[in-house]
Design a protein. Structure first.
Ligand code: MSP
Length: 655
């Protein structure tokens, strides 16, 4: 076992709005890092932002700002999202920091002094969105970037070049003799395929007259460093290369780069040859994961189908979103995102399998043992079978994580919970209670609780907050609940009989799938209130004011806002429905509500109403409703919920 583990994410272009793709890489790195720590290694994670280059310079100019001010504003979006997503990175590097720029300059000077960088003329094309150089032959349809299909710019200018071509044979040999260096294997083949074509020297500078936002070359003040040459160095500048040799050597020897498939070549060809020139050993591995697609289409701003992680957090909560991300993709392959696939996975694995199991075990301990975890009696075969499966899963999880299949490892753990639910059916503790067989009941409930302890420990890296909650429910104190290690997870009898278990509301309240949401929408009109209540019981949604309690966080997942009604009309053929155009802050939406018996369209126009703003749009009688208004009903009387006095603008949060 390696003593240390160092994992990096790509550093993200600071201009970009963080989306589900960035979140996936960062969450995956965080989960891998937490698993390696759980396995007893000193695990270290680095992420950060890529802040130089033409894109940033252009965006800052468009806002009339200095590039650094623009970066200072933009970087916060990444930092805050990572905080929100529970990312436990040890460091966050920005390429505009002095500690980074100093190392980039030292490396440039050293390579220049050793004639590994030389001056010549660059003639070729440049893609600004990808920040990549291409030759005429690389381009599609004459002028289009082979990666993103956008037009490139032709350049002809004095530049500095890194003698990358001289490392071609060495790199081919290195990749061939180090299986697992580039993963999955087909990405190693892709790199080899690229290398077998002509490998040119790499242009690593731009004249300042054309682009000034970059690190100045230490040997020529009229040029700045190419953004990729600068960015890749973050992986070593952040961990003390040139400043803290002890830390650097310890971490670099166990370094793993997690990247997306689109930036394979910049890493496996540019970075490896740069490292060789610098005189450093190769990282342990590169792993290129696939892309999240939306309903099998590429996600892109122009198609308007980019999934915003904040929207996902609002629906699923942080931990369940992490769970759905990690289990929804086989690392290395592309995955298709749909809301429904996430909701299905959530409901089946978390709400049904894990949530139900916990609630069964805890509720029966409370009911039959006064909330004190009972001591087990003699174990029977059926108990031992579950115990063995639970005790074995840590090993298979570890193997899977080491083979970069955390999705499969987590599936194995969930399978233990599925077995535990079957175990409850087989042993029927409720019948044992009826028969007064308390000793056997004690063994069953203890076995169920120990299984939950092991499973929750193994899922801790994926869902740290929820698993802490689960473990405290089983009677552990905060320290025990959060200090998870493989030794305790491969041992039975850790929960102490006599500990007090806690009653909690559903750990993962069920989320209604899309079709059900659509149906329920029509029923949500207050005129059908009783039907709605029946439906809610059936689908186990969290009922505010019912007998199920919601936490404040769960409550705030529902965004209530003020809205102004701009237009209103009756829906043809539906005597209870009004169709309205409403204003919510700067946005306009369409809303369908079952209030036509109580309010005429004229009475609605100009009114300020309260709506649920983050409800998934649904079709009512074939017309889309983008939200739901709040009203109260008693008998036949229906009244809108409104703001008490004052002229409130639309879009104000309510809560
Ligand atoms: N700044 C460079 C990386 C420099 S590393 C020294 C960069 N940044 S990026 O912000 O454009 O992309 C960062 C990562 O996000 C890449 O690994 C990319 O693969 C990933 N993703 C972008 N869209 C994605 C999906 N739709 N799905 C999964 N990941 C995707 O490139």
């Amino acid at each position: 076992m390696a003593e240390n583990y160092y994992i990096t994410t790509p550093i993200y272009y600071v201009n970009d709005k963080p989306h589900i793709g960035h979140s996936y890489t960062t969450v995956l790195a965080d989960i891998l890092c937490r698993y390696h720590a759980l396995f007893g290694e000193n695990a270290y994670m680095l992420t950060g932002t890529d802040e130089h280059g033409q894109k940033v310079e252009k965006a800052a100019a468009a806002r009339g700002m200095a590039p650094i001010e623009h970066c200072n504003e933009m970087v916060v979006r990444f930092q805050e999202l990572w905080k929100k997503l529970g990312i436990n990175n040890n460091d966050f590097i920005r390429t505009t920091e002095e500690r980074h720029k100093k190392i980039v300059c030292a490396i440039l000077q050293d390579l220049y002094d050793r004639d590994l960088i030389y001056k010549s003329k660059y003639v070729g094309h440049y893609c600004v969105p990808c920040e990549r150089y291409f030759t005429e032959k690389d381009l599609l349809e004459g002028n289009l970037c082979p990666d993103c299909n956008r037009p490139t710019n032709r350049l002809e200018e004095d530049s500095y070049f890194f003698r990358m071509s001289q490392y071609k044979e060495w790199l081919i040999e290195y990749i061939n003799s180090h299986p697992g260096f580039i993963q999955p294997d087909f990405r190693a083949n892709e790199t080899l395929g690229f290398l077998r074509k002509e490998l040119t020297d790499l242009c690593i500078s731009r004249p300042k007259s054309r682009l000034s936002w970059g690190i100045e070359l230490p040997f020529d003040k009229d040029h700045v460093c190419y953004v990729w040459f600068d960015a890749l160095i973050n992986y070593i500048s952040a961990i003390g290369y040139g400043t803290d040799p002890e830390k650097f050597e310890k971490l670099w020897a166990e370094s793993h780069h997690l990247i997306g498939k689109d930036i394979l070549q910049t890493h496996t060809v540019y970075w490896t040859t740069m490292l060789n020139a610098i005189g450093l050993p190769m990282p342990k591995s590169f792993f290129a994961h696939g892309w999240w697609r939306y309903n099998d289409e590429k996600m892109s701003k122009s198609l308007g189908n980019v999934v915003n992680p904040m929207d996902m957090i609002a629906v699923f909560g942080v931990d369940a979103f992490r769970y759905c991300l990690i289990t929804g993709m086989v690392p290395g392959q592309d995955a298709s995102f749909t809301n429904d696939s996430f909701i299905k996975r959530y409901n089946s694995d978390l709400a049904n399998d894990l949530g139900n199991m916990l609630s069964r075990a805890v509720k029966m301990t409370i009911k039959y043992f006064d909330g004190k975890l009972p001591a087990p009696g003699a174990y029977e075969d059926v108990d031992k079978e579950l115990m063995d499966q639970a005790l074995a899963v840590a090993t298979s999880l570890r193997e899977n994580v080491e083979q970069m299949r955390p999705d499969r490892g987590v599936e194995d753990v969930i399978n233990v919970i599925r077995s535990a639910n079957r175990y409850m059916e087989k042993t029927a503790p409720w019948t044992l209670a009826k028969q007064g067989n308390m000793e056997r009941l004690a063994t069953v409930l203890y076995t169920a609780s120990e299984t939950l302890r092991i499973v929750s420990g193994l899922l801790f890296p994926v869902m740290p907050e929820k698993m802490k909650e689960l473990r405290m429910t089983l009677g552990m104190n905060e320290t025990e609940a959060t200090q998870v290690n493989t030794e305790r997870l491969s041992r039975w009898n850790v929960l102490v009989p006599g500990s007090t278990v806690k009653d909690i509301a559903a750990l993962f309240p069920r989320i209604m799938p899309q079709e059900e949401t659509a149906k329920a929408e029509t029923e949500k009109a207050p005129v059908k209130q009783e039907k709605k209540e029946k439906k809610e019981k059936k689908t186990e949604t969290v009922a505010v004011g019912g007998d199920e309690i919601v936490t404040i966080d769960e409550f705030f997942r529902t965004q209530l806002k003020t809205a102004k009604v701009l237009e209103a009309e009756k829906v043809e053929g539906a005597d209870k429905l009004l169709k309205m155009k409403i204003e919510v802050g700067t946005e306009q939406r369409q809303l369908i509500a079952g209030i036509a018996k109580a309010y005429t369209p004229e009475q609605m126009i100009g009114r300020t109403i309260i709506i649920v703003a983050n409800l998934k749009p649904a079709k009512i009688r074939g017309i889309e409703s983008q939200g739901m208004l709040l009203a109260v009903k008693s008998g036949d009387t229906l009244k809108l919920i409104s703001v008490d006095g004052g002229d409130f603008p639309s879009g104000c949060p309510v809560g």
